[in-house]
Ligand binder design. Structure first.
Ligand code: GLY
Length: 387
């Protein structure tokens, strides 16, 4: 067996030789330039009450501003600006973010975190303007109002078929609370995020460190009523995007709180994912999809994982794991920057990545561009470039 020091030295060399010196930086530069052109094309097709969802049969499909994904296109424009410095994309980012400043007008569920942090959150990071912070504050108030101390978690949806549903995706919305808690001196918002993350460790994860999609709680007793999937193959399968939300969510919660248990959880999810991604850097839409369905990729899950792996590589104290996380991010980003996944200029209506999957079992958004795939792809490129 190779001793640890030798392994780490070789892994380090591999990162240097397989990553930064093997063309990925050039690929990132090209993808960044392309992203600016694509944002302008897509932005030119939108009116003031819609945001892009996907591109199907030669047509852009849009949503209203209430849909859970409405913040991703403004955020994609911000990251494109951050990667290229182009003023035309910055203007577009400001225009699209302005549509999401009146938070009450589009608030419907827990995904207010995605909607506002990807738009106003990034806008504040880039401009320091107060109006964006006002939106963040209001969004945090609304998200916190969805918390119930009996369950110890934030309710994801108000759909009547569930009692008190919590989806793993909800981990992503916690950054709104931790950021706003710091910004506005509201420690109770951070406490809610911590409680939610702790209960999710207790109840969402399985023996093999994969996560189920949805846990339904009894709102009166806090007991778990059932564990199931909505968008995955089955209740027991590992829906890829769900795993990506878990990896990203606990990595982010460690960064935000410094609590070691979140780092440990992120590392466990990474150890579960890395062997699966070794052979297929852009994952299938569900790791347990049967043979006749497994060929379908989900580039959005790959993009979220790549972004999280870059960050985790900088946070874990385990050097060997750090190298494997970074090498995996590089492998996934190289694949996504290749012509199989990356749009050519002007292609697919101005979206950036092909081959994502929204909801396979419903036959909805299968093998299409998705607005959140583009957002997390650019975030991953930005994080990698600024390592
Ligand atoms: N939050 C829904 C999804 O990941 O598709």
């Amino acid at each position: 067996m190779m001793n640890n020091t030798l392994f780490i030295a070789l892994a380090g060399l591999c990162v240097l030789s397989c990553g930064r010196t093997s063309g990925l930086d050039d690929m990132i530069d090209a993808a960044a330039e392309l992203s600016a052109e694509q944002c302008l094309v897509l932005g030119g097709s939108l009116d003031d009450v819609t945001m892009p969802k996907t591109y199907v049969d030669g047509k852009i499909v849009t949503s209203n501003l209430k849909w859970w994904c409405s913040g991703f296109f403004p955020g994609t424009c911000w990251y494109s600006y951050m990667l290229t410095g182009r003023q035309d994309v910055r203007e577009l980012a400001c225009e699209r973010t302005a549509l999401l400043l009146d938070v009450d007008s589009f608030y419907t569920h827990h995904d207010i975190g995605f909607q506002v942090m990807c738009s106003s959150g990034l806008a504040y990071r880039n401009t320091g303007e107060e109006k964006y912070l006002d939106a963040v504050r209001r969004a945090a108030e609304l998200l916190a109002s969805r918390y119930n101390p009996v369950t110890g978690v934030i309710c994801s949806w108000d759909f009547p078929e569930y009692s008190y549903p919590v989806i793993i995706d909800n981990m992503m919305n916690l950054e709104l609370l931790t950021f706003a808690a710091r910004q506005f001196g509201m420690p109770q918002w951070k406490d809610i995020a911590v409680s939610h993350a702790d209960r999710t460790i207790e109840n969402h994860f399985r023996e093999d460190d994969s996560t189920c999609h949805l846990v339904d709680y009894d709102s009166e007793t806090g007991k778990v009523l059932r564990k199931m999937t909505v968008q995955g193959y089955s209740d027991d399968s590992a829906w890829s995007r769900g795993q990506s939300w878990a990896l990203y969510g606990y990595t982010m919660m460690y960064r935000e709180t410094g609590l070691e248990r979140y780092l440990a959880q992120a590392e466990k999810v990474a150890e579960y994912l890395l062997p699966l991604l070794a052979e297929r850097p852009v994952p299938a839409w569900d790791f347990d999809a049967p043979e006749d369905m497994v060929s379908q990729d989900d580039a959005s899950a790959g993009a979220v994982m790549a972004s999280a792996f870059v960050e985790l590589s900088t946070l874990t104290a385990d050097e060997e794991l750090s190298h494997r996380c970074l090498a995996q991010a590089e492998a996934t980003l190289k694949a996504l920057c290749g012509s199989e996944y990356l749009a050519a200029k002007g292609e697919i209506g101005g979206f950036i990545l092909k081959h994502s999957t929204g909801f396979y079992m419903k036959g909805s958004e299968v093998d299409v561009p998705l607005t959140y795939a583009d957002y997390y792809f650019l975030e991953a490129l930005y994080r990698y470039r600024h390592l």
